[in-house]
Write a new protein. Structure first.
Length: 355
């Protein structure tokens, strides 16, 4: 049983904590938070031991009626591994704490790649994290791109990727983010940072990326053009992607014409927090012209990296191979949507029923 601590219990941290708690081979021993807001109370209701991420703020928790199990350094000392889900830049500062206690750690994609020994995506480079002390799970957008590139590379070979990313302005709770009424090249420089980040997973890949930021909170949308090394048909690519459990090829006739309806779909299916862990590829967008593949996909920025964190833990401790780890993670979280209009797979339905 791997003893896991989660440092940071916000958008990503609370989802990682729930995912770890659901694993039969892991024990969530506690979470650390900077302030006793509603998420801290939720953690208490779920029975997660709470640790103060900033020791000086410990009295605030007792004043708010949140019981503390200790301070963050105690959590780090007890854990076999820490999943750092703190805001961008804070994880790099925390590495010294983890090194002091000789505790391996996983960082999130908001950190620079040099914070860790390896950048990680379960579908693309699972084995690279074996026996690593520090691993960075790449960002939501890089995760989404990697999940598409990996099977295409394995099946056909990839000559070049061109991606335009239409990015949400902020998560639903980030009321300080923007834009409010604008469309921003973000960044204005070309390429955007996403291409270089993908290359931390696929070092030899030729990839160009452009980024836009829009006034939305729901999901990111990617427009992809991938030049393959072999001639293919759209039908064959579609069949390939439909075989990927963490890719949902949206069937025609579902009436899902945007990110808003995808979120409704997830909520109607009983997904916790309305999470969509899978890449969502519009089936009718898959087109091929010679060796050039085109498609649209949507990425739920709050949740697609969650299963990757779970798989990274197993890879670092070398307890499962790639296929078995991903299958176990998918089964315990209920990941997997069938390609037919009935929506969620029987396996996923059974998981929801068990919950």
């Amino acid at each position: 049983m791997i003893r896991v601590g989660v440092n940071g219990y916000g958008t990503i941290g609370k989802r990682v904590a729930d995912a770890v708690h659901a694993q039969p081979d892991m024990e969530l021993i506690g979470v650390a938070k900077t302030q006793p807001n509603f998420e801290a109370h939720t953690a208490g209701e779920r029975g997660y031991p709470m640790y103060a991420a900033i020791p000086e703020r410990s009295p605030l928790f007792s004043e708010a009626g949140v019981d503390l199990a200790g301070e963050v350094d105690e959590l780090v000392a007890k854990a076999d591994i820490i999943v750092d889900c703190t805001p961008s830049g804070i994880g790099a500062e925390n590495r010294e704490l983890y090194e002091t206690h000789h505790t391996p750690a996983i960082f999130q994609g908001g950190e620079d790649a040099d914070v860790a020994d390896v950048s990680f995506n379960a579908r693309a480079n699972f084995d690279a994290a074996r026996d690593a002390d520090y691993v960075r799970v790449v960002s939501c957008n890089t995760t989404g791109l990697s999940r598409i590139i990996a099977p295409l590379e394995a099946e056909y070979g990839v000559e070049k990727v061109r991606a335009t990313l239409v990015r949400r302005g902020g998560d639903p709770g980030q009321n300080s983010r923007g834009p409010i009424n604008d469309i921003l090249p973000n960044p204005i420089e070309i390429p955007s940072h996403h291409g270089p980040d993908v290359k931390t997973i696929f070092p030899g890949l030729e990839i160009d990326t452009l980024g836009l930021k829009v006034p939305a909170t729901l999901m990111h949308v990617h427009a992809l053009n991938v030049t393959l090394e072999d001639d293919v048909t759209g039908a064959h690519v579609r069949q390939l992607l439909e075989g990927e459990n963490r890719v949902y090829v949206i069937p025609e006739g579902m009436g899902i014409d945007g990110a808003g309806k995808l979120m409704d779909f997830a909520l109607d299916a009983g997904r916790p927090r309305g999470d969509m862990w899978e890449n969502c590829v519009w089936g009718e967008s898959i087109g091929v012209n010679g060796r050039d593949l085109y498609l649209f996909q949507a990425i739920h920025q709050q949740s697609d990296v969650i299963p990757e964190n779970v798989d990274a833990i197993r890879a670092m401790f070398d307890t499962e191979d790639q296929q078995d780890s991903m299958a176990l993670t998918d089964r315990t979280l209920g990941i997997g949507i069938s390609g037919d209009p009935s929506g969620f797979s029987e396996q996923a339905r059974a998981e929801f029923a068990d919950d």
